[in-house]
Design a protein around this ligand. Structure first.
Ligand code: NAP
Ligand code: GLV
Length: 348
C-alpha cells in the first residue's frame, strides 16, 4: 500500500521526524528560511498531511491548493494564530498543535526576561564589554527588587500559571487577568483582578495570551499610560499583542522602566527599528520554547498529531494531561503507544 504524502515545512528534530518518515512519503522543506507563499502553495499540492510552523500562514487558499484529499494540518507550536481554524473546520480538516510540552521552557524564559530587564543584565554586560567598568558604584545599574514585587499575568493558562509558580519562589505577590475565572491551584497564590487594576498595580507585567482579535495590540498607548512608571513589561506570547510604536514612545521617555520581548511585530524585527537604539529593552529572536527537551517533545507530538490525522483519528483531546488524568480517574491505564498524544483544535 502506498504511504500517505506529507509536506513538512522545515527540518524538525529526529524524535518526530523519524516517526513521520516511517509512516509517510515525506517532502521536507530543507531551507533554513520558511517556504515562500508560492513555494508553499506549490508544495502542498496533492498532500494528505501538512506539518507546518508558526511562520507559515495556513489559510483556505493553502487548503484548497492542497486539494480535497488533505486530511490533517499539524502545527509545530502551541499558538495557532497562523492557521485559519474556521477554514479548516469548514473543510473538515483537523488541526493539531503542541500544548503543555513547552510550558516549562517558555515560563523559564519569561522569567529569564523578567530578571534580565528588572536587574539590567544586558546593560551590565554591555558596560563590561565596552570598557566602561571602572569601579564598584553604589548607584550603578540599579534595578527592581523581586521579593515583594507584584507580578501581573495577562493570561492565566498553562504558561501564565507556570510563571506564577516560579514567582512563588521569589516571594512575589501574583495577580492575573484572564477572561474566565480559574479553579484555584493549591500551589499558586494568585488573585484575579480586572485588566485595569492589573495595569495599575503590577510592578512586572508578563503577557501569556494567545493572539486573537481581542488581544491584538492589547498593550497600546492607553494601556501603557495606566502602568506604573517603574513597571517592567515582558512579552513572550505573540508580537502583535503589543503595539511597538507605543512601547517605543514609553521606553524612550522613561514612562516605564523597561521591556523584555521574545516576540515582535514583525518577526524578525527590522534592523532599523528604533527599539534597537534603546538601552532599556531586551529583545530575543522568539526562542522561549527553545530548550532541547521541549523542541524534541514538540517534534514528537506534532508527528503524532500528523499521523493520527492521517489515520483518521479525529477525536478531540483538548490536552494530553487532561486526557491521561481522565483515563486514570476512570481506572484505565494510559497506553503510551497509541491515541494519547493528540491535540486537535478543529473538529470534523
Ligand atoms: P493557554 O493555556 O490556552 O492560555 C492562554 C490564556 O490566555 C488563557 O488563560 C486565556 O484565558 C487567556 N486569554 C485569552 N484571551 C484573553 C484576553 N483577551 N485577555 C487576557 N487573557 C486572555 O495557552 P498557553 O499554552 O499558556 O500559551 C499562551 C500563548 O503563548 C500561546 O497562544 C502562544 O501564542 C504563546 N507562546 C509563545 C511561545 C514563545 O516561544 N514565545 C511559546 C509558547 C507559547 P481563559 O482561559 O480565561 O479564556
Ligand atoms: C511558540 O511560539 C509556540 O506558540 O509554540
Amino acid at each position: 500500500m502506498s504511504k500517505p504524502k506529507v509536506f513538512v515545512t522545515r527540518a524538525i528534530s529526529e524524535k518526530g521526524f523519524e516517526l513521520i518518515n516511517d509512516f509517510c512519503d515525506v517532502d521536507l522543506w530543507m531551507d533554513d528560511l520558511p517556504p515562500s507563499r508560492e513555494d508553499l502553495l506549490q508544495r502542498v499540492r496533492g498532500v494528505d498531511g501538512l506539518l507546518c510552523l508558526l511562520t507559515d500562514r495556513i489559510d483556505g487558499q493553502v487548503m484548497d491548493a492542497s486539494g480535497q484529499q488533505l486530511k490533517v494540518i499539524s502545527n509545530f507550536a502551541v499558538g495557532f494564530d497562523n492557521i485559519d481554524i474556521n477554514s479548516a473546520t469548514a473543510r473538515k480538516i483537523p488541526v493539531g498543535n503542541t500544548p503543555d510540552v513547552l510550558t516549562d521552557a517558555t515560563a523559564d524564559f519569561a522569567f529569564a526576561l523578567i530578571l534580565s530587564v528588572g536587574r539590567r543584565l544586558m546593560e551590565g554586560e554591555r558596560y563590561v564589554r565596552n570598557g566602561q567598568w571602572k569601579t564598584w558604584g553604589p548607584m550603578l545599574l540599579l534595578g527592581i527588587e523581586m521579593k515583594g514585587a507584584t507580578l501581573g499575568l495577562v493570561g492565566f493558562g498553562r504558561i501564565g500559571k507556570a510563571v506564577a509558580r516560579r514567582a512563588m519562589g521569589f516571594d512575589m505577590r501574583v495577580i492575573y487577568y484572564s477572561p474566565h475565572e480559574k479553579k484555584p491551584d493549591p500551589d499558586i497564590n494568585a488573585t484575579r483582578v480586572d485588566f485595569e487594576t492589573l495595569l495599575e498595580e503590577a510592578d512586572i507585567i508578563s503577557l501569556h495570551t494567545p493572539l486573537t482579535t481581542e488581544t491584538r495590540h492589547l498593550i497600546d498607548s492607553e494601556a501603557i499610560s495606566k502602568m506604573k512608571p517603574t513597571v517592567v513589561l515582558i512579552n513572550s506570547s505573540r508580537g502583535s499583542v503589543v503595539d511597538l510604536d507605543a512601547l517605543y514612545e514609553a521606553l524612550k521617555f522613561n514612562r516605564i522602566f523597561g521591556a523584555g520581548l521574545d516576540v515582535t511585530e514583525p518577526e524578525p524585527l527590522p534592523l532599523d527599528s528604533p527599539l534597537l537604539t534603546l538601552d532599556n529593552i531586551v529583545i530575543m529572536p522568539h526562542i522561549a520554547s527553545a530548550s532541547k527537551t521541549a523542541r524534541d517533545k514538540m517534534s514528537w507530538m506534532a508527528a503524532k498529531n500528523l499521523i493520527a490525522g492521517l489515520e483518521g483519528i479525529t477525536c478531540q483531546i483538548v490536552s494530553i494531561h487532561r486526557c491521561i488524568n481522565d483515563l486514570l480517574t476512570q481506572g484505565l491505564r494510559p497506553c503510551m503507544s497509541k491515541l494519547f498524544f493528540y491535540n486537535f483544535l478543529s473538529l470534523t
